[in-house]
Design a protein around this ligand. Structure first.
Ligand SMILES: NC(=O)c1ccc[n+]([C@@H]2O[C@H](COP(=O)([O-])OP(=O)(O)OC[C@H]3O[C@@H](n4cnc5c(N)ncnc54)[C@H](O)[C@@H]3O)[C@@H](O)[C@H]2O)c1
Length: 275
């Protein structure tokens, strides 16, 4: 149910929107009046959200399949007549692995998802985003900038997402399309839960993840249930990036937002008379 109108009349695609961070972002846009297309390769979460949230449509789509992505974008525009924002959130973090344990095949598959999936959705969305002077928000990761142990392929793909965001922001500025990425730290999602469960001492892993965050951000609960809230740090910057009127402030082009600075940046933009 919309409680705000900051994004009324706009159409947003959120990839990997069926659960975790993507579901949180979809909710935030719906609450602000947007119509949201939830894209996910798994049906269960997206279909449930579609039932729950008025103003959402679920489209089954694997972002690593070009045909699926083509249909996702054409179906979005056929149904709603426009496209204003794409949030490239679909992604995966493999279990911890030392360099000698990685395989070229596994690395390639991760690139296909985290980097090329983002690129493919962007490519098919751009003609429509240029018309609406819309924007793209890529969900990268803080570790793409600072590194992470036992995660060479993941870090490489997210570093590449951040770099691609900067290059695309430069190219698209002439069309008034804004391109940004958000680089979250640890956020408690089904993915994090699954990764922690694979470690020898899940509770210690969660504690370590919690200690690595500003207080309260991992939001770990001993028995997490459905519907637990995501921290506002990801949802609100996603909305903010999508809403700054075009042409937005130059500092918002190709910018990487990490969890730590997200709140401060958001406050700054609000203070400057942003949305
Ligand atoms: N959770 C964190 O701590 C964290 C931190 C930094 C960055 N991220 C990034 O945020 C994004 C979301 O992470 P999350 O923790 O919410 O993960 P998650 O696994 O809980 O949710 C990801 C969603 O993406 C979907 N998905 C996966 N592959 C897909 C594909 N090929 N096509 C379409 N949908 C697909 C999954 O089905 C799932 O619904 C990822 O890109 C991740 O790398 C997460």
């Amino acid at each position: 149910m919309a409680t705000g109108t900051r994004y009324a009349g706009k159409v947003v695609v959120v990839t990997g929107g069926g659960r975790g961070i993507g579901a949180g972002i979809a909710r935030a846009f719906v609450q602000n009046g947007a119509q949201v297309v939830i894209c996910d390769k798994d049906e269960s979460g997206g279909r449930a959200l579609e039932q729950e949230l008025t103003g959402t449509v679920f489209i089954l789509c694997d972002v690593t399949r070009e045909k699926d992505v083509q249909t996702l974008i054409s179906e979005t525009v056929r149904r709603f007549g426009r496209l204003d924002c794409v949030v490239n959130n679909a992604g995966y973090h493999p279990p911890p692995q030392w360099p000698e344990e990685t395989s070229a095949e596994g690395f390639r598959q991760l690139l296909e998802l985290n980097l090329l999936g983002t690129y493919t959705v962007t490519k098919f969305a751009l003609p429509h985003l240029r018309k609406s002077q819309g924007n793209i928000i890529n969900i990268s990761s803080l570790v793409g900038a600072i590194g992470q142990v036992q995660a060479v392929p993941y870090v490489a793909t997210k570093g590449a997402v951040t770099a691609m965001t900067k290059a695309l922001a430069l190219d698209e500025s002439r069309y008034g399309v804004r391109v940004n990425c958000i680089s979250p730290g640890n956020i408690w999602t089904p993915m994090w839960e699954g990764l922690a469960a694979l470690t020898p001492d899940p509770a210690a892993t969660v504690l370590q993840g919690t200690m690595n965050q500003p207080p309260g951000h991992l939001q770990w609960q001993p028995n997490p249930g459905p519907g637990r809230p995501l921290p506002p740090d990801v949802r609100q910057p996603a909305l903010l990036h999508s809403r700054i009127p075009s042409p937005g402030p130059v500092c918002c082009l190709g910018q990487r937002r990490s969890l730590e600075i997200a709140v401060a940046q958001t406050c700054l933009a609000w203070g400057l008379g942003g949305p």
